[in-house]
Design a protein around this ligand. Structure first.
Ligand code: ADP
Length: 168
């Protein structure tokens, strides 16, 4: 059985992430969407690990061969533990490339059995990131074109600011 892992912070999951997960699910027998917990970045996330996991679970509920997990360990070890053969990542722009290239070389060193596979982002999601979604939602903007419909309300209510009284 060919298992792939799609790692990320998913803070929150966007339609760009979902596109990559759907495409990976067509190529692999099983896809694990992995919320990577980085203790150094714990305070920089807007959603808790549990909230992120729950939003991903809702989003991928209809895709039969996709499951969701979290890990605070090394990705290379996680792959070994699950018998996974690939790390699937999305590349949006040249700016993603240098970091991802470095990570894929490091992971190859740590787990020579696993390959990193890059999918080019869909043209319509090229510009989309979790931070853009958070920024728009925090100003009360419309995020319906950027996030799965089943979690839009949850993101909006968590991130929208209470309107401030105008200053006199
Ligand atoms: P972000 O970079 O938005 O914080 P993550 O760290 O959760 O997102 O990213 C997880 C993976 O999903 C990475 O491989 C990233 O390149 C990919 N990804 C994120 N947004 C998109 C998108 N809009 N299109 C394609 N891939 C994406």
């Amino acid at each position: 059985m060919r298992i792939a892992v799609c790692p990320g912070s998913f803070d929150p999951i966007t339609l760009g992430h979902l596109d990559i997960i759907n495409r990976a699910a067509k190529l692999f027998d099983e896809v694990i969407v992995l919320v990577s917990i980085n203790p150094a970045k714990r305070n920089s996330c807007s959603f808790t690990t549990e909230e992120r996991l729950r939003m991903i679970e809702k989003t991928v509920a209809g895709i039969e061969n996709v499951r969701v997990d979290s890990s605070d360990g090394l990705l290379a070890d996680y792959l070994r533990e699950k018998g996974a053969c690939a790390i699937v990542k999305g590349l949006r722009a040249v700016s993603d490339f240098e970091y991802e290239f470095q990570m894929s070389l490091a992971n190859k060193r740590l787990n020579p059995e696993a390959e990193t596979i890059f999918f080019t982002a869909a043209a319509e999601y090229m510009y989309l990131s979790s931070s853009i979604v958070k920024q728009i939602a925090s100003f009360g903007g419309d995020i319906s074109e950027f996030v799965p419909a089943c979690i839009r309300k949850e993101i909006e209510s968590r991130l929208s600011r209470t309107p401030q009284a105008p200053r006199k």
